[in-house]
Structures are given as C-alpha cells and as structure tokens.
Design a protein around this ligand. Sequence first.
Ligand code: ADP
Ligand code: MG
Length: 463
Amino acid sequence: MEKNNIKKQNIYTSEEEKTLNWDEVQESFKKTFGNEIYNSWLQKLSLIKEFNDYLILGVPTRFFRDWIVSRYLDKILEQVKGFKLSLNRIEFKIIEESKQSPELISINELNKVTEIKDSILNYNRLNPNLNFQNFIQGRSNEIALSYSKKVCEHLSRYNPLYLCGGVGLGKTHLLNAIGLELQTENNVMFISAERFMYHFIKSIKKNDMVNFKDFFRKSSVFIIDDIQFISGKESLQEEFFHTFNSLMDKGSQIIISSDRSPMKLDRIQERIKSRLAGGLVVDIEVPDIDLKIGIIKKKIQEIQNEFKENIDLSEEVINYIATESKTNIRELIGVLNRVIAFGRVHNKSLTIGDCKNILRDVFSQIRVITVDKIQNIVSNYFNIGLADMLSQRRSRPLARPRQIAMYLAKKMTSRSLPEIGRRFANRDHTTVIHAVKTITRLSEQDDEMKKNISQIKSLLLEQ
Ligand code: ADP
Ligand code: MG
C-alpha cells in the first residue's frame, strides 16, 4: 500500500530519492523481452544512480552499451517509466571497460549470445508504415524529401545520397520510404550500421567473411542507417569502406543517414568521410510549428481510421502540443499518444489545462515540490504565520491548515509518514495519518475544502 502510493506520487517530487526496486524492474524486463534477450543482455544492467528524471545504468562494455541503446532503449525506458513516471532519460556508464581491443570485446560478447538466431535476411525488412505517402512535408525536411524521391527516379545520379539530422527528425522514415519505393525492381539492402557490425563480427567469428562480402556487395541499392555508429571501430570502418567502394564501382546506389554531416563525424577515417561527402549531402532540420501541426493532424487521422474511434482534440490543444514539444518529431508523437490515451481513459475532450498536467513531466523539468514549499504555500494561502502553523497550538484556524499541509506532503512528495511528522515540529507519524484521513474525508464532503485543496495544488504546480 505504502509502496504503491509512493510510486504514484513520484511525478510530483524531484528530490533525489531511491524508489526503484531494481529486482522488480529486472523481473519486468524478463517478462517483456523474454528469457533469451534478458539473459544475454538486460540481466547485466545494473542500477548505478537514480535521479528523479533519469537513471544511470551500468554496462560491462561499450559494445554492450551500443547494442542495448540501438535495440532496446525505447522499450527499457517504457518499462522503467511504469515504475517511476517521472523518468524521461537513461544514461549508461561503462563499469568494467576491458583493456582488450574493442573488436575482441565484441567477439567475446557475441559468444555469449549464441541463442540469438537470426539471418541477415531477417533484418533486411522494410517497415511498410514508413512510406512517402505518410511523410509530411515541411520547411525543415522538404529538400531531404525531394532528393529522396529524386533518387528513386534517377538511380546513381546522387551517389551517395547522405541525409543528416538530429535524432527523431525522420531519417529512418525517409530511408525506409526509399527502400519501399525501389524494392520491386532492385535488389535493396536496408540495414543499420549497428546491424552491419553485428553481421561483420559474426562472420569473422565463423570464419565466413567470403559470404559476408558477397552478401553485401551484391545489392544494387544499399541503404545504411545511422552510419555514425562506425566511429572509433577501425576494422569495421575498413570493411565498410571496401563494401562502399565495390558497390560504387559497380554502379549501385548508396543512401546513408547520420546524425551529423560527413565532415563532422569523429573518429572516422578521413578517406571515408570524403567518400561519404562525395555525392549529395542534405540536412533535415528541426520542424517548425506548421509541420508539427501537420504531423499531429495526420496521426490523429491515422488513428481514427485504424481504430474507428473519434479523437476529439481542439485546435487549441493541437497548437499547444505543437508549441510545447520542442525537441523532435518522435517526441511529438509520443506526447500526442499520451494525450490521446488520457482522453480515452477519461472519456472527455481535453482542455489545455489537462494537457499541461499530463505533459508536465515531459515538457519541463519536474517541479520541485518539497515539504518546505508546501508549508510555505499553505501558510500563505491561509494568511497565517509559518511558525504558528507549525506550533503546537490547536485552534482550528491553525490546525486545519496544518493538517492540509501534512495531507499534501503525503500526497505530493514521496516522504514517509515519520519524515513528514518530523518536519512538522517533530510530530508523531500517527498525527500525520490522522491529518491525511481527516482532510481526505473533508475534501470529499465539503465543497469549500475541495476548492481550497485544488487551489493550493495548482499554486504548488505553478511555482
Ligand atoms: P530518425 O531516424 O531521424 O531518428 P525517425 O525516422 O525514426 O527519426 O522518425 C521518428 C518518428 O517520427 C517516426 O515515427 C517517423 O515516422 C516520424 N516522422 C518523422 N518525420 C515525419 C514526417 N515528416 N511526417 C510524418 N512522420 C514523421
Ligand atoms: Mg533513425
């Protein structure tokens, strides 16, 4: 009971408090990801430090980190958010960086994942949902979009085509759309740099480089996502370079994405950079408000069509989401989904106020709500002195605010009952329990009390 409360209330606190039970989180990983992935990867994640809005997890090697980040990070974050709503980021720290060369580490790691059964073909799948039809054009992406389409019409004219831009701006979507467009008439290879590495290492291990080379060099359209991943990995770069050259020699079209322009890639050999920059380099920029609104409307339409449900979001709310979501399109869609889910659960049309509450933890740093702050705001609200409110005097004009402050401390911070008692001039935890019960009851029965509580809460959340 106690524990559940703490979890729910965490959204309001921001003191650095440990509330995650890592064993429980690990259990949920096991259920979600299945034994194979869990035993090979997630089991080895350790919790190093917990903050209100992010976690630092320990990983054994850099390879391990890259692997987890590229394949499981979104899902991991989703899982831990289930335990602690206020989290919005996970960072990794390498705790046993081995002295071996990166390649050796990788091979050793791969030895441990014998269960991952896959074929290269399995990873070559294009996602039919990421196509040109549902890619919305805006000022920030129109050049990238137009050249992506041109490449499909005139193969080899822009070679390689290199799309760059920050995370979540639509690179993978465009690459995928190109692949879909071209796959009927060409031998399309679509792979992320990280998977390219996986197969590369696996082939070294199996002494099967001949097959590896053949496989990648026979494509007529070679699409590689997130090329920045090869930075610092010398022998992978070497292999990529040979693949690249031999594909160019035979006239294959190459399309590349990266989080930065070729010349800004670090720890990548100069000759590779200049080859990457040798075709056409186009940027995708951060979306403007029109594009964001366009994407929201399109998504709403898609969901309405797919689930035959009516999604009732006012222009005002759509504008609000578009204005407030500043980072990238992936975040924008995440935020929209959250708002839609909330509307569904509560079955009502949402106001800006609702959205503010729902998205508070996404958009802004979590408000710091402490017992001190509650005491100050409550005593101000009732126009009484703080010392009086905390004193032992029992007159109602002091006792009620005191109880309200205790009640809010329990509801809006993750402090325990004894801790709260201590902060109210060393009262016993039973006094706090009594206060919580009294105010809970009164706020159900008494409109005046209900109004007071809700006004004080909004004061606290606005600060
Ligand atoms: P990146 O690869 O640059 O990190 P993604 O291609 O994965 O970004 O895009 C993130 C999300 O945003 C995806 O769900 C994608 O479909 C969506 N998205 C990005 N740009 C657009 C756009 N212009 N129109 C519609 N959806 C978009
Ligand atoms: Mg991507």
